[in-house]
Ligand binder design. Structure first.
Ligand code: PEP
Ligand code: MN
Length: 337
């Protein structure tokens, strides 16, 4: 059950609601949002009537949510929620394009890529500074230097940036540089990290774990939401299946499934979802047709020399073609890019 307080509810009214919840043997988890406080009720609530709380002062409405994810559920918020990032709105009519290199490698590489993706129509610049690699011997990213270069590119090209954070201790530092914190597939269930980013008010892109179900993805989002950060976007980036023709299997089903279960924006990553640059554009088209709110795409000026994920990185001219193709698909869907 979720008890939504009125936006002008007092602390005393919230305290009374919490006391009432505890009186009937349930636990109350108050979530203090920017707009209002919501009290999530945990425990076997079946014998308790919603009217029990509806009549208390300061309560706007009480919702019974049958899914295990509550704040992420469409039952909690029926509209599409929009995440606003310095003038870019994700989850609205406009399909959002995030693009850039897998890893920040050098100033020249990042600036050249930023200029190209901006020119092609990208709204947000991506780039990894802390890279979670399968091999400890592979390039691990430039770290702080990478964040500084991203900042420079952000200011030079006036593009909000997204970069990954891999450990709870780094959250404060990375949040000082970036507009969006990315949580990678390998960290989707790193609960200490989800807790830490849940206490910031930074927009989050939460990527689906490569072996995680849609419900597990939504429960991971619930961790972030339940710590007070409502600015969450989800990302389908491919899952591991028996198929070996591609790096991962992009789960196109996940897009309409997520859009029906949750109000959170859904972004598609056809780069990691396929692992092959030739497949990135067709899968991006499919994702937009399936209802994704945006794409995140890896672009590199010289993929053959990329320090990570060159095989799935598009050259700038191929990326420009991708943008014009998904624009046509978006328009067919009554949206724009
Ligand atoms: C990335 O975006 O470069 C990345 C590491 O993605 P994922 O976490 O989906 O593997
Ligand atoms: Mn990558």
């Amino acid at each position: 059950m979720i008890i939504v307080m009125k936006h002008n509810a007092t602390q005393a009214e919230v305290a009374t609601v919490i006391a009432q919840v505890e009186t009937v043997g349930l636990q109350a988890r108050p979530i203090i949002g920017e707009e209002r406080t919501v009290v999530a009720v945990v425990g076997d609530e079946r014998p308790v009537e919603t009217e029990h709380f509806e009549l208390l002062d300061g309560v706007e409405r009480v919702l019974r949510i049958l899914h295990p994810f509550k704040l992420a559920s469409r039952d909690f918020y029926a509209d599409d929620s929009q995440v606003k990032i310095n003038g870019v709105s994700v989850g609205g009519n406009r399909v959002v394009v995030m693009a850039g290199p897998c890893s920040v490698e050098s100033r020249e590489q990042l600036m050249e890529t930023a200029a190209a993706v901006k020119e092609a129509g990208a709204h947000i610049l991506r780039g990894g500074a802390f890279k979670p690699r399968t091999s400890p011997y592979a390039f691990q990213g430039l770290g702080l230097k990478g964040l500084e270069l991203l900042r420079e590119a952000r200011d030079a090209y006036r593009l909000p940036i997204i970069t990954e954070v891999v450990s709870p201790q780094d959250v404060t530092l990375v949040a000082q540089y970036t507009d969006i914190l990315q949580i990678g597939a390998r960290n989707m269930q790193n609960y200490a990290l989800l807790h830490a980013i849940g206490e910031t008010n930074k927009p989050i892109l939460l990527k689906r774990g490569m072996m995680s179900t849609i419900e597990e993805l939504l429960m991971a989002a619930e961790y972030i939401l339940s710590h007070g950060n409502s600015r969450v976007m989800l990302c389908e980036r491919g899952i591991r299946t028996f198929e070996t023709a591609t790096r991962n299997t992009f789960d196109i089903n996940a897009i309409p499934v997520l859009k029906s279960l949750t109000h959170l924006p859904v972004i598609a990553d056809p780069s990691h979802g396929t692992g092959k640059w030739e497949l990135v554009t067709p899968v991006a088209r499919a994702a937009i047709a399936a209802g994704a709110d945006g794409v995140i795409v890896e672009v590199h000026p010289n993929p053959a020399r990329a320090m990570s994920d060159g095989a799935q990185s598009l050259k700038p001219e191929k990326f420009a073609a991708l943008v014009s193709e998904i624009r046509r698909i978006a328009e067919a869907m009554g949206r724009s890019v």
